[in-house]
Write a protein that binds this ligand. Structure first.
Ligand SMILES: [Zn+2]
Ligand SMILES: [Zn+2]
Ligand SMILES: [Zn+2]
Length: 140
């Protein structure tokens, strides 16, 4: 799991300046458990400007420190990544719990897609929705 020190180290490795505002956003992100919205972070660090919060969270997402999770109701949430690299999520439509998954699209499928469309594929979203084991046993 990430802590303040390891995230700061990641930022430094990326050649990014550690400003007090960035540090405040990182600390707020690590303080929250489960998933959260940009607004949750904004209310944690009222002294930091909105644009800085958005930029920092985007940066942390690109570094795989934060995951972006699309919930079943269409809202976008963030959470601290447990895997520290590219992965996908299983989202429970009943309790909104999120599980991280190793599964990804077969690279052959991506290559084929790039070849047939002429696109240079830069990324993809892949989320799975369903009911978790706890919610399934509740209704049984
Ligand atoms: Zn994740
Ligand atoms: Zn559930
Ligand atoms: Zn993937």
């Amino acid at each position: 799991m990430y802590n303040l020190q390891s995230v700061v180290q990641r930022l430094e490795e990326e050649g990014l300046r550690i400003t007090p505002s960035r540090l405040a956003v990182v600390a707020a992100v690590l303080d929250l458990s489960g998933h959260f919205s940009v607004d949750d972070i904004l209310s944690q660090v009222p002294e930091v400007g909105r644009a800085t919060v958005f930029r920092t969270m985007k940066l942390l997402s690109e570094m795989d420190v934060l995951c972006r999770v699309l919930l079943d109701d269409g809202s976008l949430r963030y959470r601290v990544s447990q895997r520290q690299d590219h992965h996908h999520h299983l989202v429970c439509v009943s309790c909104a719990s999120v599980q991280e998954l190793d599964a990804c699209i077969d690279p052959e499928v991506l290559n084929e897609l790039a070849r047939t469309t002429g696109y240079e594929i830069e990324g993809h979203w892949l989320e799975f929705f369903g009911r978790c084991t706890a919610c399934r046993s509740d209704s049984a």
